[in-house]
Design a protein around this ligand. Structure first.
Ligand code: CP
Ligand code: NVA
Length: 303
């Protein structure tokens, strides 16, 4: 049994399969062709933080594959009343085929997975957001082909998205140019990467974007860190992706943002709403990529 708790849980050849499978699943969806490979399977989704994209993409995706979904939140389950996470995992995983969790510490999802009889998918933790990077790289491939050997500029917080980009760079063979304000750097041990070979740190966000094939950013204040918002607004003021940064990147460079976005904070409106931005494809591709992922975790490779 395989879980998807962080990007490093799968190998490069498994990603190659998933990207091809996601493309096929997307083509069938666009052609209104049925794809009921998960008929009679049930996904439980547990949200301890808010979501728009993750919920809709998993829920719609599961129904489109012939399955069904159970949606739980901290407030409407015993998770919010201190039932131990391992007991919750024992119970839920006896009734469903697959579990997706969005929560705080990575240790919580690991504990759940350790007591689960079924595969567990990370729908975002403080440390990682592997489903998002799966969709982002699928989106890059759709627009520009293989990401191998390319350069991704990360401008902003050393957060769950940055950590996951770094894991992906080691597995899929691309480079990350990382620029974060001081005090908000990526911690290599938290990111869970073997070496610093696949990334380079830049003090200046403009320099990080120089020659990049993809420029990407995220909110200055992630969910769970709201108390730091005022300090972050000050610290991140120079880490707004703007037209000058996009001009420093390659002419064919794409702009991505996992969303939700704050125009005028981490990105200027003319960038996110401009011609290099692929944020709507990126959001849509969450669904196609996760359908491929759910199918793979439950059924393995389908010839
Ligand atoms: N990008 C992303 O995970 O969006 P949601 O928080 O809306 O799920
Ligand atoms: N880094 C953000 C991503 C939201 C999808 C957060 O964790 O809130």
């Amino acid at each position: 049994m395989k879980h998807f708790l962080q990007f490093s849980d799968l190998r490069s050849d498994e990603y190659t399969y998933l990207f091809e499978r996601a493309a096929l699943i997307k083509r069938k969806f666009k052609a209104y062709e049925k794809h009921h490979t998960l008929a009679d399977r049930t996904l439980a989704m547990i949200f301890e933080k808010a979501s728009t994209r993750t919920r809709v993409s998993f829920e719609a995706g599961m129904y489109q594959m012939g399955g069904s979904v159970v949606h739980l939140t901290t407030g409407d389950s015993h998770l919010g009343r201190a039932e131990p996470i391992d007991d919750t995992a024992q119970v839920i995983s006896r009734m469903v085929d697959l579990v997706m969790i969005r929560t705080y510490e990575q240790t919580k999802i690991e504990l759940f997975a350790a007591h689960s009889r079924v595969p567990v998918i990370n729908g975002l933790t403080n440390e990682f957001h592997p489903c998002q990077i799966l969709a982002d790289i699928f989106t890059y491939i759709e627009h520009r082909g293989s990401i191998k050997g390319k350069t991704v500029a990360w401008v902003g917080d050393g957060n769950n998205m940055a950590n996951t980009w770094l894991q992906a760079s080691e597995i899929l063979g691309f480079k990350v140019h990382l620029s974060t304000p001081s005090g908000y750097e990526v911690d290599q041990s938290v990111a869970g990467i073997r070496s610093s070979d696949s990334y380079q740190v830049f003090k200046s966000p403009l320099e990080a974007c120089n020659g990049a094939d993809l420029v990407t950013t995220d909110v200055w204040t992630s969910m769970g860190f709201e108390a730091e918002n005022a300090a972050r607004m000050k610290a991140f003021a120079d880490w707004r992706v703007d037209a000058e940064m996009m001009a420093a990147a390659k002419p064919q460079a794409l702009f991505m943002h996992c969303l939700p976005a704050h125009r005028g904070e981490e990105v200027d409106a003319d960038v996110i709403d401009g011609p290099q931005s692929v944020v709507w494809d990126e959001a849509e591709n969450r669904m196609h990529a996760q359908k491929a992922l759910m199918e793979y975790l439950l059924l393995g490779r389908i010839a």
